[in-house]
Design a binder for this molecule. Structure first.
Ligand SMILES: *Cc1c(COP(=O)(O)O)cnc(C)c1O
Length: 378
């Protein structure tokens, strides 16, 4: 069976895990957490990075920092993972979903402004498949309307927009190091803070709402409860494992890109004859090969293709149920404007196997099987 995902193991992780164990100090905020934070800050020219227990936790923290009140509104796409939305809802906000673009499946930047009301506080963008949203336009809208921008860059580690790392453009950026993502800590994430105004508050909130960090620097005599927060920091074991992968992020990225490009070259004939759609990467964007998703005619053709691939020992999956049509989404959000692409595109999307170390032979078998399904010579 060619699996859809195999969590990344580069091979050096044990060394760092063992070193972390030898230090007899596995709580958060230790040496490996600091190494990861510093690595990410330097690699991506980020002002401040804090590892968190997940991207969902980083989103929760970002939402808390936004200081939302009951009834405030957050504009975001409906085609995304639930926690892009729920973090803001937990802070009391209402979701205002807008449509996605047909080409990248990212939020349609031309639909955002019409959805703004006097209650709008935040735009949350999701860089789907590690391909950037149209950030210049979005940042300009945010500036003119005095809104905060949170980037859900869960899938965007190592991707850029006009040369800038995803996650470093808005006020806050959130990364995921879940085992389904390009770099992993098993479970893990990071919050990037680009707006210096939030540095101290973030430091306190992520350390259980205390000013312990200031205390450790000798700025206060004793630490105490200064704000609402929780325990957002991962253990040193997670950080040590992740650190090994970050040190080899270029090799991991190159390997994924090689697989992605093989799919692209191998499937573009099917795109040319109108059988499927393949990913589109705008000119200003460098992507990280997080995902290779094709789009077929419709939902029933997708079901047939999934079964066909399964019969050929290939696991292919799909996502996302649009949030505005989900049980929870209906309670806490509305769709603004026309749903031209969200429901349609999500119903015909199919993700192909893609992970670090995927064999060339397996890639060819997937490409061949898809050609056979359409009865086109490969
Ligand atoms: C994976 C993912 C998340 C959640 O990441 P966790 O680290 O599992 O919490 C959030 N948003 C998007 C777009 C994702 O792909």
């Amino acid at each position: 069976m060619i699996k859809f995902n195999v969590p990344c193991v580069f091979g050096c992780e044990n060394e760092y895990l063992q070193d972390a164990l030898n230090r007899h100090s596995l709580g958060g905020d230790g040496i490996y957490t600091k190494k990861c934070n510093q690595f990410l800050e330097e690699k991506f020219c980020a002002k401040k990075v804090h590892l968190t227990t997940s991207c969902s936790a980083a989103l929760d923290l970002a939402a808390m920092l936004c200081g939302l009140k009951e009834g405030d509104e957050v504009i975001l796409p409906s085609f995304t993972f639930p926690t892009s939305a729920s973090s803001f809802v937990l802070s009391g906000a209402k979701c205002v979903f807008v449509d996605i673009r047909e080409d990248t499946l990212n939020i349609d930047e031309t639909k955002i402004e019409q959805a703004i009301t006097e209650r709008t506080k935040v735009i949350c963008v999701v860089h789907y498949a590690g391909v950037a949203c149209e950030m210049d336009t979005i940042m300009d809208i945010a500036k003119r309307h005095n809104l905060l921008v949170v980037e859900d860059a869960a899938q965007g580690v190592m991707s850029t927009y006009k040369g800038r790392a995803l996650g470093t453009i808005g006020d806050f950026g959130c990364y995921s190091f879940h085992e389904t993502k390009n770099y992993t800590a098993g479970e893990g994430g990071a919050l990037i803070i680009n707006n210096e105004k939030y540095f101290t508050d973030a430091e306190n909130k992520l350390d259980c709402g205390t000013d312990r960090q200031g205390f450790l620097r000798g700025e206060v005599g004793a630490y105490s409860w200064v704000t609402l927060g929780t325990s957002f920091m991962p253990s040193e074991l997670n950080a040590a494992y992740l650190y090994g992968q970050l040190l080899h992020c270029e090799e991991i990225n190159d390997n994924r890109l090689k697989s992605w490009n093989t799919y692209y070259e191998g499937l573009k004939d099917l795109k040319e004859i109108g059988k499927i759609d393949i990913p589109f990467v705008p000119h200003d964007c460098v992507h990280n090969a997080h995902m290779f998703a094709i789009r077929v005619k419709d939902e029933s053709e997708r079901a047939l293709l999934i079964q066909y691939l399964k019969d050929h020992e290939i696991q292919a999956v799909f996502h996302y149920q649009p949030l505005h049509s989900s049980k929870q989404g209906k309670k806490c959000g509305i769709f603004h404007g026309e749903d031209r692409y969200t429901t349609k595109e999500s119903s015909r999307l199919l993700r192909l196997p893609l992970y670090y170390g995927l064999k060339m032979e397996d890639l060819r078998n997937v490409i061949k099987a898809i050609h056979e399904f359409y009865e086109i010579e490969y």
